[in-house]
Design a protein around this ligand. Structure first.
Ligand code: CUK
Ligand code: CUA
Length: 683
């Protein structure tokens, strides 16, 4: 029996992955080479019966045919979505809408092993704020790295609104490498957005505070509170944000909202919409107008136009002032150097999105049924010609609205965010209408479509209350224009009830046909967090590793680690009360299988997954010590802990890796300090 099991284990271990791979390839090849479908009368009858039994109409059948992925067939796109308050990022295949992976960013996640590698987990350490572990995040806006304004598939950034942090994910292994905390503000909103070559990752603020974690009472709001935007320098070779070469700009205490970088003709600028230029300070409890009223009084707020190349020059010229140890270009410098201008934007807008050619900036009305379109040519001309309508309370010059405005397009109630396709259309989410509006762009885009420029073309209802939307390659210089995701926030009546808390609803819309055809094809419930934004990249742009490049690879340094134990080096050594464990993991055993330490020892444990077959992942956990690792093929991990509780601790592999996976275990023996002490959890 044992021999049989061993044989089975060996079969699974050595042959199965290859056999699976071959099988998959064969099936895919078969599907690609398939003859054109011709339905026999019997098959038509079968379809008709199924459709009628399941109450499906022809549109439903078409939607199914457009989204169904046969087993083994890969999706065309990957959607990287914010996981909202889960602190994670989700990767979803499009058009099938299948969840491919979750990536822990601001919230440790035990399956991936992130956050459960003892005291030295580098990403976990990065979550500390002022010495306090802050192990969650409110992820909002993911941003794929770009080269020449096109997604390059190398990195993904995402902002944490609650704690003003930016996470960096390396798309070679889809793991979080770095979390940076903004030293100026407690929370943010306009993160993350990248410049067209990912020179900088933009993190805009939102709720104004006293920069650098300062204090002032609300009566001193105008004098002491400030907004900010931070330009995080990205080092592509290191795959890390280079904090030492990053800087921020002080902004008036309006609530900066979303950002978008200019591209092509507008490269060198970025744009931030804002609200609460009223500088309302709320106070409903003492009879003052609540924020929701006070911050929506004025007819106009300010689109922030920032020349980041000039800002970079000012920073390099030493013109920044340090706040909480971080360089900040103060408002007077931004005004004097022509870094910052404002353009009026109607009533508490939301979102600013730059068209693929970089020519136009679209700001959605939120409380106004229009989107307002600005042109970079007009903005540049107005700055050069000094066409100002005045300045704000802080001396920032405000460009004349009519001089910079290209068009206003009436779309419906609650416009929020805008995306683009390859046919000269823009798509705007309408929160209150619960619809996606398709409208026609003008200028150079007018020749791509048959519509009148700057006109609403069509609205498709979504269910319900859409926030962001996302088109295929929709933030690049060349969007694909076939799939669009509606990130619907309410899903009442769409799915089975899951208690009082319902999932969000990602709805897939088909935007291939121009004009008024734009059907919803698929509803995908998202039962984790309230995601805000996502970006969709062509799957073949991702060059992910199938296994780590070498056995002994350290994912934090992305290189072979000199400390990684090699086969034959396994064992336990001691130096005083410091114990070093060198371990390898290979189907289906750990070596060594017994590790003996004394209570109170400081244990450093080095473990390598000595595997090179794709998906031959092991786990490693020690119950009671809060340790769980994911050991992907080739991966090396070091973790440390104090063996402060005596007892006998089975450690085991947490991934079903072979037929003898249950046997892939061992014991950590922690010998009690004194002979009288009893071992175990009751001690
Ligand atoms: S915000 Cu969520 S719907 Cu944070 Cu991008 Cu507009
Ligand atoms: Cu290794 Cu289960």
């Amino acid at each position: 029996m044992a021999a049989l099991l061993l044989a089975a284990g060996a079969t699974l271990a050595c042959i199965a992955p290859d056999a699976n791979g071959q099988e998959t390839r064969r099936r895919r090849g078969g599907a690609e080479a398939a003859k054109p479908v011709e339905l026999t009368p019997e098959q038509v009858a079968q379809f008709t019966k199924i459709a009628n039994d399941r109450k499906l109409n022809v549109d439903d059948l078409l939607a199914a045919a457009k989204t169904y992925m046969p087993s083994g067939r890969h999706d065309d796109y990957v959607l990287f979505s914010s996981g909202g308050q889960s602190g994670q990022v989700f990767a979803i295949g499009v058009p099938s809408m299948r969840l491919l992976r979750s990536i822990a960013v601001f919230t440790p996640e035990s399956w991936q092993g992130y956050g459960f590698a003892g005291m030295e987990d580098p990403v976990l350490k990065g979550l500390e704020i002022n010495g306090r572990p802050v192990n969650w995040g409110d992820t909002h806006h993911p941003a794929l790295s770009e080269t020449n304004g096109d997604y390059d598939g190398q990195f993904l950034f995402i902002g944490d609104k609650a704690n003003a942090r930016v996470g960096v994910i390396d798309l070679r292994d889809w793991e979080t490498k770095q979390v940076v905390k903004n030293p100026l503000t407690v929370s943010d909103h306009g993160a993350a957005f990248v410049t067209p070559n990912t020179d900088y990752v933009i993190e805009g603020g939102q709720y104004a505070t006293v920069l650098g974690y300062g204090y002032a009472p609300p009566e001193e709001y105008k004098k002491s509170y400030r907004g900010m935007v931070t330009m995080w320098k990205f080092d592509r070779t290191k795959g890390r944000i280079d904090v030492a070469n990053s800087f921020a700009l002080e902004l008036p205490p309006y609530w900066q909202d979303l950002a978008d970088a200019g591209k092509a003709v507008s490269d060198g600028f970025f744009f931030i919409n804002s609200f609460n230029s009223e500088m309302a300070t709320g106070g409903i409890e003492s009879g003052k107008p609540p924020f929701e009223a006070g911050a929506s009084k004025r007819d106009m707020d300010y689109l922030h136009i920032i020349d980041w190349k000039k800002a970079e020059a000012a920073f390099r010229a030493g013109k920044a002032k340090e706040i909480n140890g971080f360089p900040v270009i103060m408002l007077d410098t931004s005004i004097a150097d022509g870094i910052l201008y404002f353009a009026p934007e109607p009533k508490s807008p939301h979102g600013v999105d730059v068209t693929p050619n970089g020519q136009y900036m679209v700001v959605a009305g939120k409380l106004d049924p229009h989107v307002t379109v600005y042109s970079i040519d007009r903005i540049k001309a107005a700055i050069a010609g000094k066409k100002f309508s005045g300045s704000d309370d802080y001396g920032v010059q405000v460009l004349d609205f009519d001089a910079v405005k290209e068009a206003q397009v009436e779309l419906g109630l609650g416009p929020l965010h805008t995306q683009f396709d390859d046919k000269g259309y823009a798509y705007t989410s309408l929160f209150l209408d619960s619809a996606v509006a398709r409208w026609s762009l003008g200028g150079d885009y007018a020749k791509l479509h048959q519509e009148q420029p700057w006109k609403l073309v069509h609205k498709t209802s979504v269910q319900y209350n859409i926030g962001h939307l996302c088109a295929a390659e929709g933030d690049t210089v060349s969007p694909d224009g076939n799939h669009l995701i509606s990130m619907s926030k309410w899903s009442v009546d769409r799915f089975l009830t899951t208690g009082p808390l319902l999932p969000q609803n990602f709805q897939l819309l088909d935007i291939v046909q121009p004009g008024t055809t734009m059907p919803v094809l698929y509803d995908a419930p998202i039962g984790v967090g309230e995601p805000h934004y996502c970006q969709m990249i062509k799957a073949d742009k991702l060059n992910s590793w199938k296994v780590y490049p070498e056995i002994g690879w350290n994912p934090h340094t992305q290189q072979l680690d000199p400390n990684a134990p090699k086969k034959g080096e396994e064992g336990v050594t001691r130096n005083g009360n410091k114990v070093l464990v060198k371990m390898t993991a290979v189907r289906s055993h750990f070596l060594p299988e017994h590790v003996e330490v004394n209570q109170g020892d400081e244990v450093t444990w080095r473990i390598v997954a000595a595997e090179s077959a794709q998906d031959a992942t092991h786990g490693f956990c020690i119950g009671g010590y809060n340790i769980n690792l994911s050991l992907e093929p080739g991966e090396y991990t070091e973790f440390r802990f104090i063996a402060d509780r005596a007892g006998t601790y089975p450690f085991y592999c947490t991934e079903f890796c072979s037929a003898l996976h249950l046997e892939m275990m061992g014991y950590l023996h922690v010998k009690p300090q004194t002979k009288t002490a009893s071992a175990g959890p009751s001690n």
